[in-house]
Design a protein around this ligand. Structure first.
Ligand code: APR
Length: 258
C-alpha cells in the first residue's frame, strides 16, 4: 500500500462533507469474529449455508438454525470493538453525514459509539415472529429462553437476520441508498463485495459522481471500480486515515484563521 494512495484518500476525506461506509465481516476480524469466506476458518467453510442460513432451513429445522445463531451470539459475549470500529465512530462528528451501512449483524459499530448505523442484513440481537403475528423483539438477549424460542402468539421466533434468498429490509436498504446518493465519498471496508445488493451501495455514490475508497488486505471483485484501494487491515488503516484527516482539517482551519 503506497503512502501516496493513503495521502490521496486522506485528501479526499478531509474535503468531504458527507460519507457513506459499507462495512463487512473483515472490520470485525481483528475483534476475533470470523469472516464468512476466508480460507480455512470462514464460517461458510465450517457450516453448510443450506442447513443454517436459508428460509428453507429455518422452516425445515428451526432448531438447527437457532443453534447456529445461538453459537454466534454466545461467541459475541467475549468480543469487543477494535480500533477500526472506534476510528469510524470518531470520524462521525467530522462530517455533516457519516452513515455506516453494515452487513455485519454483530452490533460492534454501535458498541464503539457509532450512532448513524444501518443494519442492512439484520441483527443478532433482534428476533421476529416466524408465524406472522408480526411481533419483533429488540434487544433479544443471549441466551434465548428456548431453542427455538416461543412467541407469545403460540408460534416460534426467528433470528431477525437476512437469510440467503431473502430480500433486504426495505426501509434499511432505502436509507442506505439515499445516504450513498448524497455522499461525496464511499468507503468499502472489509467486505469481499460478493453479496448483492449490499455490495453495490458504494457504486451508487460513484454513479452520483462521488469518490470510492476500498480497504481490504485482499483485492475483491469490485477493486477495479474503486478510485483508491488500500491493502491492509481496517483496524490499522482507519485510525491512520482518521489522524491524517484531522491533521488536514486543523491545518486548513489554521490557514483560514490567518
Ligand atoms: N480488515 C479488513 N478486511 C479484512 C480483514 C481486516 N482485518 N480481514 C479480512 N478482511 C477481508 C477479507 O479479505 C474479505 O475480502 O474481509 C472480507 C470478508 O469477506 P466475507 O467473508 O465474504 O464477508 P462479507 O463481505 O461481509 O460477506 C457479505 O455474505 O455471508 C453473507 O450475510 C453475510 O453479510 C455477509 C455477506
Amino acid at each position: 500500500m503506497s503512502e501516496e494512495q493513503l495521502e490521496r484518500a486522506a485528501d479526499v476525506l478531509a474535503r468531504a462533507r458527507r460519507v457513506v461506509a459499507l462495512s463487512g465481516a473483515g472490520v470485525s476480524r481483528e475483534s476475533g469474529v470470523p469472516t464468512f469466506r476466508e480460507a480455512g476458518d470462514g464460517l461458510w467453510e465450517n457450516y453448510p449455508i443450506e442447513e443454517v442460513a436459508t428460509p428453507e432451513a429455518l422452516h425445515g429445522n428451526p432448531r438447527r438454525v437457532w443453534e447456529f445463531y445461538e453459537m454466534r451470539r454466545a461467541n459475541m459475549a467475549s468480543v469487543e470493538p477494535n480500533p477500526g470500529h472506534y476510528a469510524l465512530a470518531a470520524m462521525e462528528p467530522l462530517y455533516e453525514e457519516f452513515t455506516i451501512a453494515t452487513q455485519n449483524i454483530d452490533g460492534l459499530h454501535q458498541k464503539a459509539g457509532s450512532t448513524d448505523v444501518i443494519e442492512v442484513h439484520g441483527s443478532l440481537w433482534r428476533a421476529r415472529c416466524l408465524s406472522g403475528c408480526g411481533r419483533e423483539i429488540y434487544p433479544f438477549p443471549y441466551p434465548a429462553p428456548a431453542v427455538p424460542p416461543p412467541c407469545e402468539c403460540g408460534g416460534i421466533l426467528r433470528p431477525a437476520v437476512v437469510l440467503f434468498g431473502e430480500s433486504l429490509p426495505h426501509e434499511e436498504f432505502r436509507s442506505a441508498t439515499i445516504a450513498a446518493t448524497r455522499a461525496d465519498v464511499a468507503l468499502s471496508l472489509g467486505t469481499s463485495s460478493a453479496v448483492w445488493p449490499a455490495a453495490g451501495i458504494p457504486l451508487i455514490t460513484q454513479e452520483a459522481g462521488g469518490f470510492l475508497i476500498e480497504i481490504n488486505p485482499e483485492p475483491t471483485d469490485l477493486t477495479p471500480r474503486f478510485d483508491v484501494s488500500l491493502r491492509g487491515p481496517t483496524g490499522e488503516i482507519l485510525p491512520d486515515l482518521l489522524e491524517r484527516v484531522k491533521r488536514r482539517r486543523a491545518e486548513s482551519a489554521g490557514r483560514d484563521g490567518e
